[in-house]
Write a protein that binds this ligand. Structure first.
Ligand code: ZN
Length: 186
């Protein structure tokens, strides 16, 4: 891992972990996959190891990422996903080859057909389709942080999660509220 690049924000849902490679979208955006190698690194830590990545493949990945973000945001707002985003999700889903493998521990793993970026993106696109379509147990929501507004997949029992990430957006919001309280008290 290269220390000079922003670290990854990994969640438990593949598709929204992927959209979190661009954070603070409504503030000062932080690009967490600024180079093809960083996409290779991100895919490796997400159990989608690929052999290499070209600048053109990084562009494909970012196009998919923004399409997932657009589709997930629309769904969270109870709107239909934009036609262009649907097209990209479907194109990427179709363009790669991957098979679900059951490990001896009973876990599901993905085996990429040719260890290409396209194969990995097809897994991410399929994951996004499963949450946007409502097929999975959970609810798409938007982060309450005004500089973030990331779409995340809420699987909490009450479906009342407010932040995309407790350790970043959630914590910042809590600190801001605490500071404001201190100020009004003093
Ligand atoms: Zn957030």
């Amino acid at each position: 891992m290269s220390a000079e690049f922003p670290d990854f924000r990994l969640g438990t849902v593949l598709a929204t972990s992927f959209t979190a490679t661009l954070t603070e979208r409504r503030g000062s955006p932080v690009e967490r996959i600024p180079t093809p190698q960083r996409l290779v690194d991100w895919l490796a830590v997400s159990d989608l190891t690929v052999e290499s990545c070209t600048p053109a493949q990084l562009d494909l990945a970012r196009e998919l990422r923004e399409s997932i973000h657009a589709a997930a945001t629309a769904t969270a707002n109870h709107d239909a996903p934009p036609v262009s985003a649907v097209r990209v999700l479907n194109d990427r889903s179709i363009a790669g080859r991957a098979a679900a493998i059951l490990t001896s521990d009973g876990d599901r793993q993905w085996q990429l057909g040719s260890a290409s970026v396209e194969d990995a993106l097809s897994v991410i696109a399929a994951d996004a389709i499963s949450i946007v379509s409502g097929e999975r147990d959970g609810k798409l929501a938007l982060c309450a942080s005004p500089t973030c507004r990331a779409a995340f997949f809420d699987t909490s029992q009450s479906r009342t999660r407010k932040w995309c990430d407790m350790n970043t957006c959630g914590n910042r919001q809590k600190k801001a509220r605490f500071t404001a309280k201190q100020r009004s008290a003093g």
